[in-house]
Ligand binder design. Structure first.
Ligand code: FES
Length: 260
């Protein structure tokens, strides 16, 4: 019998694997579900997303809103009254789209959410593989455009870190400053390790050695790219915790610890 036949038995969830192949997709399902539920809840709150110099990354940039961080002032009059208003709803589609179309997350949630397949060499609940060459999954190719938006968001988030050192006109560093800084750093590593960025920087070229700067950038992004999965998860927890931190400090449940 061929080796592949001994590993891959027919019938949903059937496999000759003896390890806990279901643990990884199970954890992915739990963590991503938790994140989606929390982020959706937080985005609709339209409250407790800013405190002093801190602004939650779920609400940044705040284009319209009631906090002092808003670029264009409060909710505009032209905004339809029947629609729920929250500054986060204007901007979250961009980072959400970046993560949803990420090559790593696609591999993870295809397994965890629609068992395609549940894991390597484990049978899936369908006979045909349609893949990403046709609709609707063809839309995943939009990832490179979300990358451009993600780079712009990084600029905004780093400017938020600088603003988070301004306490009523005086330089200072609070625990919230460090939380926002850590979040921006993790998101930067996640973005700079992106497969699309690696392709953009040099992967699409036949010869890299003719340009030393391109080769150096490509090597740098390739080094980070090897840890893309790690950065994907760490930045997911980081952004959720940064929102939670600002929220709880704003609600008076946590006190911000002023370090400098
Ligand atoms: Fe994961 Fe681009 S491949 S962010």
């Amino acid at each position: 019998m061929a080796k592949a036949d001994t590993l891959h038995r027919k019938g949903f969830g059937k496999s000759s694997r003896r390890d806990g192949w279901w643990v990884q997709p199970g954890l992915t399902f739990l963590v991503l579900t938790l994140f989606i539920v929390y982020a959706t809840w937080s985005a609709f709150q339209n409250a407790h997303y800013a405190w002093g110099p801190y602004l939650s990354p779920f609400y940044s940039p705040e284009i319209f809103g009631n906090s002092p961080h808003a670029w264009l002032g409060p909710k505009p009059e032209w905004f339809p009254g029947w629609l729920p208003f929250s500054p986060a709803l204007f901007i979250l589609p961009f980072p959400a789209g970046f993560r949803f179309t990420c090559y790593y997350y696609r591999g993870a949630y295809y397994k965890a959410f629609w068992a395609d397949p549940p894991n390597c060499t484990v049978s899936e609940p369908r006979n045909a593989y349609t893949g990403e060459h046709g609709w609707p999954l063809l839309i995943q190719n939009i990832h490179r455009y979300f990358l451009y938006a993600a780079i712009l968001f990084l600029i905004v988030l780093w400017s938020d870190v600088i603003k988070a050192m301004n306490f009523d006109g005086h330089f200072g560093v609070g625990l919230g400053t460090l939380v926002l800084l850590l979040n921006s750093a993790l998101l930067t590593f996640y973005t700079l390790s992106c497969h699309s960025l690696r392709h953009l920087i040099g992967g699409r070229k036949d010869c890299l050695s003719s340009n030393k700067a391109t080769l150096a950038c490509y090597s740098c992004v390739s080094g980070l790219n090897g840890r893309h999965m790690l950065f994907a998860w760490m930045s997911l927890f980081g952004v959720m915790f940064a929102d939670l931190y600002v929220r709880l400090v704003s609600m008076g449940i946590w006190a911000d610890w002023r370090i400098v």
